[in-house]
Design a protein around this ligand. Structure first.
Ligand code: GLV
Ligand code: GLV
Length: 324
């Protein structure tokens, strides 16, 4: 009989699911009819699965691994972030982990630049003003002004693939300095012309603070009241990593009190952020987690998730395996 693959959503790109259906018995959670899978439903549907095809919404914890049982060989997530997966639980059972690095780097870096420009140049605020009839003088000298990128200092915290790509793209804007915060100095820093500094220096010196690190025990809640206080009062804060690297209450307070100027967020906690959340009442820029959302990227990501599963189940080298 065919091996079973459990798929946590019914809206993954069809081509990648069909590719798996040619080889396996594919069980798909109907997320269109029933919404995102709950933990209870995940536990009741996963037993006997050899592979799990999931997204970053789906917490793959010890309980899920236990419930799947000894058949489980591979968890393949359609994301570069793996903070929703209990890596220790997988490692303990020799289960392999597939993810989607590289293929989403450029899309996510592009979106980060979009956030940076939209926030600094107040695009949504200006757009709302025209819709709300607040555009009363045809042109006013200082209306809707924001800081220029050219000549500015940009600090990038987390200088992995995405952070480095953001730095490369920033060169075109003729920023004056690119600083980065990273556990180690990276050779790419020199090539790009970016300088490794301490987090303290990065916060103190940067006009724009961009976060592209992974969520880990080290970065959870890192951007708190103290960190915002260390930034310039004119600083703009951009987060395209995970909402949980930020203490959101501290961010809200920093924005309202003018501790920093503005924030552009692709990620937040929880996702989805409730419609009446205080952050959404500010004129800053908040997006519904769309960093990797280009058609091209999402198709390639799904394809990679499926190929990771097939490779693991045939004992081949996975195209993108995260060592546990
Ligand atoms: C998106 O946030 C991802 O981790 O791929
Ligand atoms: C993070 O995982 C990155 O690719 O920068």
């Amino acid at each position: 009989s065919k091996l079973k693959i459990f798929v946590t959503r019914s809206d993954f790109p069809k081509k990648s699911i069909s590719f798996l259906e040619e080889k396996y018995d594919v069980d798909i959670w109907d997320s269109i009819k029933n919404g995102d899978i709950s933990k209870k439903d995940f536990l009741s549907r996963v037993p006997g699965a050899s592979g799990i095809f999931c997204s970053l919404n789906d917490k793959v914890d010890k309980d899920v691994v236990e419930a799947a049982g000894p058949s489980l060989k591979v968890v393949s997530t359609m994301s570069v972030g793996v903070d929703h997966v209990d890596r220790e639980a997988l490692k303990a059972k020799g289960i392999r982990l597939g993810y989607t690095p590289d293929v989403l780097t450029e899309a996510t870096a592009e979106l980060t630049l979009a956030l940076l420009l939209a926030t600094s140049r107040r695009l949504f605020e200006a757009n709302r003003a025209i819709k709300d009839g607040e555009w009363t003088s045809p042109w006013a000298p200082l209306w809707m002004c924001g800081p220029a990128l050219k000549g500015s200092t940009v600090g990038i915290f987390g200088f992995g693939r995405i952070g480095q790509s953001v730095a490369r793209k920033l060169k075109a804007f003729e920023v004056s300095r690119i600083l980065y915060g990273s556990a180690q100095e990276k050779p790419e820093g020199k090539q790009i012309g970016a300088v490794q500094v301490s987090l303290e220096e990065l916060l103190r010196e940067s006009d724009f603070v961009i976060v592209t690190c992974a969520l880990s025990d080290r970065t959870r809640g890192l951007f708190n009241k103290e960190k915002f206080a260390q930034m310039k009062s004119t600083a703009i804060f951009i987060n395209s990593s995970r909402g949980a690297v930020v203490n959101q209450e501290a961010l809200y307070d920093a924005l309202v009190s003018g501790t920093i100027r503005a924030a552009g967020l692709d990620v937040m906690t929880p996702e989805p952020l409730p419609k009446d959340h205080p952050l959404l009442g500010l004129s800053n820029f908040v997006l519904p987690h769309i960093g990797s959302a280009t058609y091209q990227t999402r198709m390639v990501m799904a394809d990679l998730v499926a190929k990771n599963i097939v490779a693991a189940l045939t004992n081949e080298k996975m195209p993108a395996e995260l060592a546990l």
